[in-house]
Design a protein around this ligand. Structure first.
Ligand code: 5GP
Length: 196
């Protein structure tokens, strides 16, 4: 049976991970995207069980206590975590599982799944990131500022990842991710510098 694999996609809020992921999954429907649990309130259009499983803090803390999460973190005032059982089941079946998670979670996965391929998505610049976050207009000013602060911390840790991809052009970014996933013999690309 094919060997299962874990792929971790990390990058600051607003960098366009969601769009990249949706395109990647459309092109490679065999990939399995893990659905996370969060205590954040649903944004307009988000559906429970599709974008996230939405839970209360108490429910989330119970999942942590019962060891039901593969990794979890508190991000910008809310909890986020990866349900353990479906991911382990898919990997056992030989599937490639994608986790779209923030930095602390990615670091936990490095410890528990050292073979995971960890990819960091970078914005073309911090100014562009701020523009994208504000343009999304789904958060309060306070939440945007917290996410920007968090973004700086995350970008500074980009060197910890196996691959760094600047999301300035969607198609080019996708192709670099595809090369890392499907052409594993290709040398990993030279890190790109970021004008912060
Ligand atoms: P958002 O609130 O914008 O949907 O997500 C905020 C951050 O939480 C993003 O960086 C996203 O990648 C991260 N995130 C989503 N799900 C998980 C998860 O299961 N675990 C961790 N550690 N981070 C997550």
């Amino acid at each position: 049976m094919a060997k299962g694999k874990l792929i971790v996609l990390t990058g600051p809020s607003g960098v366009g991970k969601g769009t990249l992921l949706r395109s990647l999954l459309r092109r490679h429907p065999e990939l399995y995207l893990s659905t996370s649990v969060t205590t954040r309130k649903p944004r307009s259009g988000e559906v429970d069980g599709r974008e996230y499983y939405f839970a209360s803090r108490l429910e989330f803390e119970r999942m942590v206590a019962n060891n039901q999460l593969l990794e979890w973190a508190e991000f910008a005032g809310n909890y986020y975590g990866t349900p353990r059982q479906p991911v382990e089941e898919q990997i056992r079946q030989g599937k490639w599982v994608v986790l779209e998670i923030e930095l602390q979670g990615a670091r936990q996965i490095r410890e528990t799944f050292p073979d995971a391929l960890r990819i960091f998505i970078l914005p073309p610049s911090m100014l562009e990131l701020e523009h994208r976050l504000r343009h999304r207009a789904s958060e309060s000013e306070d939440a945007i500022l917290r996410r920007l602060e968090q973004a700086k911390t995350e970008v500074n840790a980009a060197h910890e990842f196996d691959l760094r991809v600047v999301n300035d052009d969607l198609e080019a970014a996708l192709e670099r991710i595809e090369a890392a996933l499907f052409l594993p013999r290709e040398p990993l690309a030279v890190p790109q510098t970021l004008a912060v």
